[in-house]
Design a protein around this ligand. Structure first.
Ligand code: NDP
Ligand code: 8X3
Length: 257
């Protein structure tokens, strides 16, 4: 019998690449996101019999609940929840940031992930098997200028995932966090409010990770034997590493008071 994966944010990037890879490997899937046309196109491409689609904004608990309660026969016993939907908005310093952008990141990256997890976990626990795969980021562990709330939402994902493992001890449920670095998708386009030039500059002259690279890692964690739990995978492209600590050589404003 085919296994079933539910993917949030399947309309682009990592989510879409994962849908394609799991489909090639014979999985049934529930694909979600806000862009209806892309979901329909994906179902057409991957196979209407094995794909159920649902237009869902993960920030809206009632939409998430309706989707979970409305899952059709044959799509209810979910083996993997891939909490992938997420975004960064802006790259400015905290003191200048638009508070609405912070709220959107918290609502999507944290609350959306919580809604999905809380609603699907009881079924997994009752069946004694399941796997929650959360997409974090290198920004969870490594600060950078302008990462402020985005990085903090991913730090939440990292710690929540570990705490989930503690709560789920002995239930047969696996929990994994995948923490990618620079990867080319629509991520930067979204971060910079649709500015294509600014988004392209992020990847210019680099060889970033691709959504397919991340999908392969997700698939690998999912296809380990049932007794193996991959806790966390942090992955960067070879072209990315860390910089020095920043040290201001000027008189610091606070010292001048
Ligand atoms: P994309 O922008 O290409 O994809 C993001 C996906 O999230 C889209 O399918 C989008 O679907 C969905 N999404 C966003 N907001 C919502 C919402 N409110 N409700 C439902 N779905 C939503 O980016 P990536 O594929 O790169 O990002 C996927 C995940 O990976 C995110 O969590 C991101 O933070 C993380 N990540 C990305 C990295 C990168 O460099 N690209 C590196 C590390 C982590 P739709 O708009 O149709 O709703
Ligand atoms: C996305 C990677 O470095 O832009 O999570 O935060 S980064």
């Amino acid at each position: 019998m085919s296994k079933i994966i539910l993917i949030t944010g399947a309309t682009s990037g990592f989510g879409r690449a994962s849908a394609e890879l799991f489909s090639q490997n014979g999985w049934k899937m529930i694909l979600t996101g806000r862009r209806r046309d892309r979901l329909f196109e994906l179902r057409e491409k991957l196979g209407p019999d094995t794909v159920h689609i649902a237009v869902v904004d993960v920030r809206d608990l009632s939409q998430v609940r309706e989707m979970v309660q409305g899952l059709p026969e044959g799509f209810r016993d979910i083996d993997i929840l891939l909490n992938n939907a997420g975004l960064a908005l802006g790259l400015g310093p905290a003191q200048e940031t638009d508070l609405d952008q912070w709220e959107t990141m918290v609502d999507t990256n944290i609350k959306g992930l919580l809604y999905m997890t809380r609603l699907l976990l009881p079924g997994m626990v009752a069946r004694g098997k399941g796997h929650i795969i959360n997409i974090g980021s290198v920004a969870a562990s490594w600060p950078y200028p302008g990462g402020n709330t985005y990085g903090a939402t991913k730090a939440f994902v990292q710690q929540f995932s570990r705490n989930l493992r503690a709560d789920l001890h002995g239930t047969g449920i696996r929990v994994t966090t995948i923490e990618p670095g620079l990867a080319e998708s629509e991520f930067s386009l979204v971060r910079f409010g649709g500015d294509k030039e600014k988004a392209a500059k992020v990847y210019e002259g680099t060889e970033p990770l691709s959504p397919a690279d991340i999908a392969e890692i997700i698939y690998w964690t999912a296809s380990r034997p049932a007794h193996v739990n991959i806790n966390c995978v942090e992955v960067m492209p070879l072209c990315q590493s860390w910089g020095n600590f920043a040290v201001s050589r000027k008189e610091i404003a606070v010292g001048k008071q």
